[in-house]
Design a binder for this molecule. Structure first.
Ligand code: ZN
Length: 298
């Protein structure tokens, strides 16, 4: 199973957007984290206008992972009539903090549901079960979790933000290489007290497994060229982020996507302008006809 990203940036690399991932089937939409820009992007992409069950997982309560939860809940409830299902798990020692944040935001409890990871078992053809695994975000005072997703193609690890690689090494111990589907991991260019560095990834991930590793939450544009050099993948940037990125950091594929996006938008603008001009012209003609009819009468 592949995760899709609304953004792949770290908090201090905002041109790449907040890192948040989603996956969906015909009936359900699952979202991992909802930083400050995530709800508005999902609305712009039309993802919140579907008649589906919406589920949200939160890896920890930094603003770039939970900042738009209020907008997400209230848009779904007041505009679409859906209650967001916030998924809690037994290892989530920060669940109370999420409820506290919602209370401070003035989000009332009838606008969302709290569901348990166990209630999601066999809910979707995409996965058998999803669990939270406690992780370590280093020098921050926050508790954090990663997610493991048991899918028909193998197990997926989504680290969230980590400073300690144990969640990855434990995942390796619990799985044979062929039972691993993908590993999504936050990646910093240099050593960091709160994030996983590219150096550490090179040290702990065997070369034969690197094609299953997808770097996300990147903190520096140099990672765009550095990550593939060492055999790792970089998650795709959403088209919405390409519009705000420094054009010099875009690779050939991204430049082509941006060019197509801009051409599409330009043709939409031209169509709108043409419609507006047509309407103006019709209005002028009608006005002129009425004026002449009036002149003839008088
Ligand atoms: Zn964080």
């Amino acid at each position: 199973m592949e995760l899709h990203f609304t953004g792949r940036g770290a908090m201090l690399n905002p041109s790449e957007g907040n890192t948040a991932a989603y996956f969906e089937d015909d009936q359900n939409f699952f979202l991992i984290d909802c930083g400050e820009d995530v709800a508005s992007k999902l609305i712009e992409m039309g993802k919140l206008n579907q008649d589906k069950n919406y589920y949200l997982f939160i890896t920890h309560t930094h603003g770039d992972h939970i900042g738009s939860i209020g907008t997400l809940i209230q848009y779904l409830y007041y505009v679409k009539g859906h209650r967001l299902n916030i998924v809690f798990g037994p290892n989530m020692t920060y669940a109370e903090n999420i409820l506290g944040i919602l209370e401070l935001m003035g989000v009332t409890s009838e606008t969302y549901n709290i569901v348990n990871t166990r209630m999601l078992e066999n809910r979707s053809p995409l996965f058998n079960k999803i669990s939270y695994t406690e992780s370590n975000h280093g020098m921050t005072p926050l508790k954090s979790c990663g997610l493991t997703i048991d899918t028909p193609e193998g197990n997926i690890l989504y680290t969230g933000d980590i400073a300690d690689p144990r969640i990855i090494t434990n995942f390796f111990s619990a799985n044979f290489p062929d039972t691993i589907d993908k590993i999504y991991v936050d990646t910093s260019l240099n050593e960091s007290p709160v994030h996983m560095s590219l150096e550490t990834l090179k040290r702990i991930i065997p070369i034969g497994l690197r094609h299953k590793v997808y770097c996300m939450h990147i903190n520096h544009p140099d990672l765009i060229t550095e990550i593939p050099k060492w055999g790792f993948n970089l998650v795709d940037s959403s088209t919405l982020n390409l519009l705000s990125r420094d054009i010099n950091t875009l690779n050939e594929d991204e430049l082509r996507t941006l060019e197509n996006e801009l051409k599409n938008r330009l043709s939409e603008v031209e169509k709108l302008q043409e419609n507006n001009n047509q309407k103006k012209l019709t209005k002028q003609i009608n006005h002129e006809i009425q004026k002449r009819a009036y002149d003839q009468q008088s």
